[in-house]
Design a binder for this molecule. Structure first.
Ligand code: C2E
Ligand code: MG
Ligand code: MG
Length: 619
């Protein structure tokens, strides 16, 4: 803030000659100043009213007392119009509120209207609405006792300089040929777009286009025609993007469209197709029709730096152009499509499923095929999802794998299944599916021992089901862990037998007790002679190796009959009961009694909770 001036004019020291006498000319000048000082009206006219700088005398509250001619010219208002008005009349309406921009006034200083303190470059608005830039300064004029009287406000017009600067900046950020923002402008816009989209829970998409074979066009038609062509390409891109998107020229024949607020990859792809579509129409340059195509790299995200996003788009574009094909769209690897986003959401939900008690075990009976006596149940996991309903394992087990939730989930299944089975009659066994990842984890054998000990289930009543690939690719440590478990008396079943690479090899690697013939074979065992031959072979193999064989997925009595005739001892399938929530002890007892009395009842109670549709037909 200015210290202010006092209106007191000290008598000037007259100039003197070398002998010390005042000079005649300077004496004349002094007299003129005296006259001027004596005539305050003239002085005011000379220094204020006719000054070549816009000035106003303003009271301490900010009301204009007098405005000079220059101020009137600058603001487009008359002196009468300005007199008595507050100086906020001149402020630009788009500027920040005065409370935000006015400097702090110490409480012991004379309090002035905050508009008077805005020293420096500021924006004003003329009466015709045009913008105006000035450098403002202020001087406080004091009474002789030192108290402030009024303020002289001076405004120097710097609009032209400001425009020139803005123009320079604009040019630095604009591609001169096409008028599109250039690479320099991009980073800033991109950073802004990323921040905004993240706040809205959406993403920023990049469509990186490269005009195919532009060099050849340029060479054939000449550079001038090439330039014309590029500006037409730019125009089409500009007009076919949404207002919130920005088309940028990155280099010779490279363009980039920044799309804000993209929901998913499908939306971004649609934009890319639309852009390629508008470039499909032939261009006309110097009366010649030219057909172009472009290659495209896509990426999207909201959690990385603009540079990383640009690099991703560039690498996708490089792949799109890799083998010389034209008009190809490539997406940066790692970008998620709509369904993948669903999977992500699923993973997040799954983390809470365990804590929120949303997991269920359904049990499907395993029966003796000769007389349909119940031998045990296979535990099959279900997820009672809060919004999607009951989900089968196929809908979420993969998500659990990604999330490293497999072992947590597996642990829950194992403990729950042992706990449930311990309440069943002593001759019923429980089968539990074990994922390869869980099996390979350290502490697996200890977990099995703990689940058995806690539930009181004898180890002989537990069978672990693993798949062929699990058995095939198991590391030595896993094999050791499995040996510890089977030494306790727990048995191993090879699930989905026959579907993997090398079922026989798998049989040799692990102490397998049971093989479960996959239901894809059982499905057409009656109708398809080659399948029949295969299943026949599998049954012989099992018998030859002294293994138990369970046929899975038996849906009708013909299949059951065929399998029984070919020596399959055990079975599981809808024909004998669908997976269902745990049968209570009373139901089990009834079932046993019915079976012993020879009554024709399935091995599993046909409860109301039994799955209505095959498990794999769930949404
Ligand atoms: P799986 O172990 O081969 O289980 C048999 C699957 O076949 C079950 O599907 C069952 O509902 C279905 N099924 C049984 N009988 C029939 C039939 O007659 N017709 C037809 N069409 N299907 C039948 P689900 O319950 O969807 O389980 C699918 C797979 O998910 C299981 O195949 C198993 O590999 C895995 N799984 C299930 N529960 C668990 C678990 O707790 N842990 C692990 N790691 N995997 C599990
Ligand atoms: Mg199984
Ligand atoms: Mg199976």
């Amino acid at each position: 803030m200015s210290e202010g001036v006092r209106v007191s004019f000290p008598a000037p020291e007259p100039s003197r000659d070398s002998g010390g006498a005042p000079l005649a000319a300077s004496g004349h000048r002094l007299r003129a100043i005296d006259t001027l000082l004596a005539d305050r009206g003239q002085l005011f006219q000379a220094l204020f009213l006719a000054a070549p700088i816009a000035k106003a005398l303003v009271d301490l509250d900010g009301h204009v007392l007098v405005a000079n001619t220059m101020l009137c010219a600058l603001t487009g208002r008359t002196a009468e119009e300005l007199a008595g008005r507050h100086v906020d009349l001149l402020a630009h309406p788009d500027d920040a509120p005065i409370s935000d921009i006015a400097p702090f006034q110490p409480p012991d200083a004379p309090q002035l209207d905050p508009y008077l303190l805005l020293d420096g470059e500021r924006r004003l608005r003329r009466s015709d609405g045009r913008e105006l830039w000035v450098v403002q300064s202020h001087e406080v004029v004091h009474h002789s006792n030192g108290s402030p009287m009024f303020v002289v406000l001076s405004l120097v017009d710097v609009t032209d300089r400001r425009r020139a600067e803005e123009d320079l900046v604009r040019r630095a950020f604009t591609d001169p040929l096409t008028g599109l923002p250039n690479r320099r402008a991009l980073t800033d816009r991109l950073r802004h777009a990323v921040a905004l989209s993240r706040r809205r829970g959406l993403q920023v998409g990049l469509v990186h286009l490269n005009v195919d074979r532009f060099k050849a066009v340029n060479e054939a038609l000449g550079h001038e025609a090439g330039d014309l062509l590029l500006s037409q390409v730019a125009d089409r891109l500009r007009w076919s993007t949404r207002v919130e998107d920005t088309a940028v020229r990155l280099g010779a024949d490279e363009f980039l469209v920044v799309a804000e607020d993209v929901e998913d990859l499908d939306g971004l792809r649609a934009l890319a197709h639309r852009l390629l579509g508008v470039l499909d129409e032939p261009f006309v340059v110097n009366d010649r029709e030219i057909t172009l195509s472009a290659s495209v790299g896509l990426t999207l995200g909201n959690d990385m730096t603009p540079d990383d996003l640009l690099r991703q788009a560039q690498s996708a574009l490089t792949r799109a152009k890799a083998d010389g094909t034209r008009g190809r769209i490539e997406v940066h690897e790692g970008v998620l499509s709509g369904s993948e986003m669903d999977a992500l959401q699923l993973e997040t939900d799954l983390k809470h499923a365990l804590d929120n008690d949303e997991l269920r075990l359904f049990y499907q009976p395993i029966v003796h095929l000769a007389d349909e006596t119940l031998l045990g149940y296979e535990a099959l996991i279900r997820w009672q999802h809060p919004t999607r309903g009951l989900l089968p394992p196929g809908a979420f087990l993969a998500a659990a794998e990604n999330n490293r939730l497999t072992s947590k989930l597996g642990e829950w299944v194992l403990r729950q299944a042992c706990h449930d089975a311990a309440t069943w009659p002593d001759d019923l066994r429980v089968h539990v599916n074990i994922s390869a990842r869980h099996l390979a984890e350290e502490g697996f054998s200890e977990l099995v021992a703990a689940a058995l000990a806690e539930s009181g289930l004898p180890p002989e009543r537990l069978e672990l089901e693993i798949t062929e690939s699990t058995a095939l690719f198991a590391a030595e440590a896993t094999l050791h862990s499995v040996a510890v478990v089977t030494d306790q008396g727990v048995t191993l079943a090879l699930d989905d037998f026959g579907t993997g690479y090398s079922a026989i090899t798998a049989l040799h690697r692990l102490p397998i007790h049971t093989v479960k013939i996959d239901r894809s074979f059982v499905a057409d065992v009656v109708t398809e002679p080659s399948t029949a031959a295969l299943v026949h072979g599998l049954l012989q193999l099992g018998r030859g190796m002294g293994l138990q064989v369970i046929a899975e997925g038996i849906e009708d009595l013909d299949q059951a009959e065929w399998l029984r005739e070919h020596g399959c001892a055990m079975a599981q399938g809808y024909a004998f009961g669908r997976p269902a929530p745990l049968p209570g002890p009373a139901e089990l007892l009834l079932e046993q009694l019915a079976a012993e009395s020879g009554a024709d009842v399935p091995g599993h109670p046909d409860t109301a909770c039994t799955e209505e549709t095959p498990a794999d037909e769930h949404p």
